[in-house]
Design a protein around this ligand. Structure first.
Ligand code: F0G
Length: 467
């Protein structure tokens, strides 16, 4: 189907976000970037169709709340519960593992660490495969089923692949994942293997895998489920709806997310914008994105940006300089050329947020601090708390503001990192030419295991020392 033949009856279209192009395509077009200009695509729902599907916003809130108590799988899913907002026609051949429904915690120690009165942590790592990817994957694999694809593929730093493998498995599709060899945590790799995916270990980094994926996308039997795929973003945006329900519809002042390929920040921005357009909220929270210093092309671009000239995201720079050799121990976000940077930057600028970078030391210590709150997340997720601490110090966030950090992955995703931090052996390779490489990360909150004699008094005395 081409632009001209996009069905008028469809409630939404795929639109190129490039303002100079803006071409639209039907929902059944198996495309991942704009066929006309190569720009990024997003799903645009016709406002009228959305209004007639949703009815009056107040009744929508009641309907969603009622579904959360239902045992019907389509209602029990934290994605499909919000189906009025999704570009699928009923009956939807939805693929679900009961994704979403993740907790929103208070983190008192993390709040104090950031010099905030309060800090809440939305733990997307409590999804079925342990990361936020599941909400998007539920939608993307459903679209793969709609289109009759045989194989779902992705490039990944480990979490997308685990999620794709699981959801493709549920749907009875083949999964093939492209992973940068030796750069994926053992736990994430194990997931893809166990869920039965074809695991292709590629000699190269994530950005190389991503380039290969774009070539594979030409094959009509293959469906690309990276976050460049706008249906992924549709699933992922539902976290904004769930979050607002958990906040009793009181809009937080700041939402802070990690930035890798920039799909998550794009999705949150879209979710909140749609709630605003429908009148379900009266303002946008400031959306800020935190990258690791060694993989921070968007933070670098943002630092040099003339905010006024960017016109609230309507006038974005044409290009972004990639980081050729990204380096970070937070392997989930070790990405030098994020594909969704434009969408994400637009969302940040519209909301008045920031994009900044944090160091390896800051990430590691923030992760340990989140752990002290009894909440386990992976290193990439801890960029949020490290970034919030910096934004408070820079007076971009006030101590009494209402702040939510989105934790994207579970601690058990990367236990090597955690053990090394606490045993004092964590170090980052800073490159072959650097005589100071590898650079040790000092575990400011290290909790080294102790060898204790096998008797009660030795154990009691070990406890006493730590009290
Ligand atoms: N946090 C975790 C735990 C991730 O796995 C990722 C991305 C991000 C944050 C960044 O999100 O890419 O939407 O900006 N992981 C991808 C993957 C790239 O392949 O699993 P983003």
């Amino acid at each position: 189907m081409t632009e001209k033949t996009a069905r008028a009856t469809e409630k939404a279209v795929q639109r190129c976000i490039d303002a100079a192009c803006g071409a639209t395509f039907g929902l059944r077009e198996r495309i991942y970037v704009c066929p006309r200009c190569g720009g990024t695509l997003e799903i645009e729902t016709h406002p009228q169709a959305l209004r007639s599907a949703t009815g009056d916003p107040a009744s929508l809130r009641t309907r969603w709340a009622a579904r959360a108590a239902s045992h019907d799988p389509i209602d029990g899913s934290g994605v499909w519960r919000y189906r009025e907002m999704l570009p699928f026609d009923e009956p939807i051949p939805f693929v679900t593992l009961f994704e979403g429904n993740t907790p929103l915690y208070h983190g008192p120690r993390s709040a104090r660490y950031c010099a905030l009165d309060d800090l809440r942590l939305k733990h997307q790592g409590c999804n079925p495969t342990g990361s936020f990817k599941d909400t998007g994957m539920s939608a993307a694999i459903t679209q793969a089923v709609v289109l009759g694809a045989k194989t779902a593929v992705c490039a990944s730093t480990g979490n997308t692949s685990a999620s794709l493998a699981a959801y493709a498995g549920r749907a009875g599709l083949q999964a093939a994942v492209l992973l940068p060899r030796g750069q994926i945590s053992a736990g994430k790799l194990a997931q893809s293997l166990d869920y039965g995916a074809l695991v292709c270990e590629i000699d190269g980094n994530f950005d190389d895998c991503m380039r290969l994926i774009q070539e594979l996308g030409d094959d009509p039997s293959i469906y690309v489920a990276n976050s460049i795929n706008p249906f992924r973003i549709e699933g992922q945006k539902t976290v904004a709806f769930e979050l607002m329900e958990q906040c009793l519809w009181q809009v937080p002042d700041h939402i802070v997310v990690p930035g890798g390929n920039m799909g998550n920040s794009s999705a949150l921005g879209k979710g909140f914008q749609e709630l605003l357009d429908l009148g379900l909220i009266n303002r946008l929270p400031k959306l800020s994105v935190i990258q690791a210093e060694g993989a921070a092309p968007v933070a670098r671009l943002f630092a040099g940006l003339d905010i006024e000239q960017a016109e609230g995201g309507d006038n974005l720079p044409a290009a972004m300089a990639p980081v050729k050799t990204p380096r970070t121990l937070a392997t989930a976000i070790k990405i030098g050329a994020p594909v969704s940077w434009k969408k994400a930057l637009r969302a940040v600028l519209r909301s008045g947020g920031e994009v900044i970078a944090v160091t390896e030391q800051e990430i590691a210590d923030a992760k340990a601090m989140i752990g002290r709150d009894g909440i386990g997340c992976e290193p990439g997720s801890a960029t949020t708390v490290a970034g919030i601490k910096k934004l408070v110090a820079a007076r971009k966030i006030r101590a009494d503001e209402n702040v939510i950090a989105v934790l994207t992955g579970h601690m058990l995703k990367d236990t090597d990192y955690v053990s090394q931090y606490h045993r004092g052996t964590l170090a980052i390779d800073t490159g072959a030419g650097d005589p100071s490489s590898p650079q040790p990360i000092h575990g400011a909150f290290a909790n080294t295991p102790e060898r204790v004699a096998a008797n009660k008094s030795a154990i009691l005395s070990a406890m006493e020392k730590r009290r």
